[in-house]
Design a protein around this ligand. Structure first.
Ligand SMILES: Nc1ncnc2c1ncn2[C@@H]1O[C@H](COP(=O)(O)OP(=O)(O)OP(=O)(O)O)[C@@H](O)[C@H]1O
Length: 307
């Protein structure tokens, strides 16, 4: 099967600022691919190039085997792009906003009314169709923008940080919607700086930093290749646990503490022994799989959230 997206060696400068410094990745059809990176990493620039809104200085893009540039118009029909900024007419209802987008995306007039009903259903706003967008929360407005990008039944949805600054209910709706789009065979390219979103939604990902892909592949492969396993311990009284013999000092994590190690079974046994010797009550002791957070830290030396 052809890749949904093939991006090769993309370069882009804004004046003297290098935004993309040779971005390369492939997205296979039918899943959710996460583009993960801190602010300023180059995610939006990449997405704008994929959507045909921006020209790269160098490099190539193919969408479902069609070369960007040459086959621009037929590519546009395949893509629904949800930009980071919300673009809606505040005074108009959700339905009338979508009517406007429907014309823009050339949805046939006879289909448009039913199609608007369907996409509002998909984003969980069918009961607010007639209400002015000015009465909506930020998350609801974002969902209308997503609905607009779905109107023409694109095979590929490109979403640029859709959950930034929105309420948990809208976030859940967006997650559910992405899962059902995937079930319907739609490919989703999802950018975010929230690692847990990639862990929850995406099968494959590329980690982007300073305009370069620093790791890519399936989530499992990236975690296995670049992550370290850890052992998690929580004591019954919530106190700081002893250091397991032969391992580094535990670091706080949630309600407990973790030790990163390539020999998790030994660390677990050693920690259990240390707790038993000190007669400490153990609430939870387990091997945890590596996180993307740990991967990002090991690849860049910084945490994603501090950027
Ligand atoms: N129009 C522009 N003019 C000048 N510099 C720009 C412009 N757009 C982006 N940049 C710069 O290019 C780099 C990449 O920006 P980009 O928006 O692609 O990153 P991002 O990963 O999407 O981050 P964010 O989440 O902040 O949007 C950043 O350093 C940014 O400041």
């Amino acid at each position: 099967m052809k890749a949904a997206i093939a991006v090769k060696e993309l370069f882009k400068q804004y004046g003297s600022k290098t935004a993309l410094d040779g971005i390369t990745f492939d997205v296979s059809a039918g899943g959710c691919f996460g583009l993960l990176g801190p602010n300023g990493a180059g995610k939006s620039t990449t997405m704008k190039i994929l959507s045909g809104l921006l020209e790269p200085d160098r490099g190539s893009v193919a969408i479902f085997g069609k070369a960007a540039g040459k086959e621009r118009d037929s590519i546009k029909e395949l893509i629904g792009y949800v930009p980071q900024s919300i673009t809606l007419y505040e005074k108009l209802s959700a339905r009338d906003n979508l009517r406007f987008f429907g014309d823009m995306y050339k949805v046939p007039k006879r289909e448009l009314t039913s199609r608007i009903g369907e996409v509002l259903e998909q984003v969980g706003l069918a009961d607010r169709a007639k209400d002015a967008v000015s009465t909506f929360s930020g998350g609801m407005k974002r969902r209308v923008n997503i609905a607009a990008a779905l109107l023409h039944r694109p095979k590929l949805i490109i979403m640029d940080e859709p959950t930034v600054g929105i309420d948990p209910q809208s976030r859940n709706h967006i997650f559910e919607m992405i899962r059902s789009l995937k079930q319907g065979g739609v490919t989703v390219l999802y950018s975010t700086h929230y690692m847990e979103e990639v862990e929850a939604l995406c099968e494959d990902l590329a980690i982007v930093d300073h305009g370069r892909v620093i790791a890519s592949g399936s989530l499992d492969d990236v975690l296995e290749k670049h992550g370290t396993q850890a052992v998690y311990l929580e004591l019954q009284d919530g106190s700081r646990p002893p250091i397991p013999n032969g391992f580094g000092a535990p670091v706080p994590k949630g309600r407990g503490w973790t030790v990163e190690t390539s020999s998790p079974l030994d660390a677990l046994a050693s920690w259990a022994q240390a707790c038993r010797s000190a007669s400490l009550g153990v609430k939870q002791l387990e091997i945890v799989r590596p996180s993307l957070e740990a991967v990002f830290l090991s690849l860049t030396g910084t945490t994603l959230r501090d950027n």
